[in-house]
Ligand binder design. Structure first.
Ligand SMILES: [Zn+2]
Length: 78
């Protein structure tokens, strides 16, 4: 019952293909270099796919700031 192999954590499924990954696998947490490359590609693709968040055309930072101040004063007077 003192088998060193049984002391190792259970194999986890490869996040790419779902295959069980051997605890001694070189490309953990992936089952193979191919899956490691696929994961890297996914990250790069996702990075480029993120749409740029742009403010609307009528967005004016200064106007918003003034509006905030005005609201505060209005409440104080009331
Ligand atoms: Zn895999």
């Amino acid at each position: 019952m003192n088998d060193p192999a049984s002391a190792l954590p259970p194999a986890r499924p490869c996040p790419i293909c779902g295959k069980a990954v051997e605890t001694a696998a070189k490309h953990k947490p992936f089952c193979s270099p191919r899956c490691a490359t696929l994961d890297l590609g996914k990250w790069l693709k996702g990075d480029y796919a993120i749409p740029a968040v742009e403010p609307p055309d009528d967005f004016d930072p200064e106007a918003e700031d003034g509006e905030g101040e005005g609201r505060g004063e209005g409440r104080g007077e009331r």
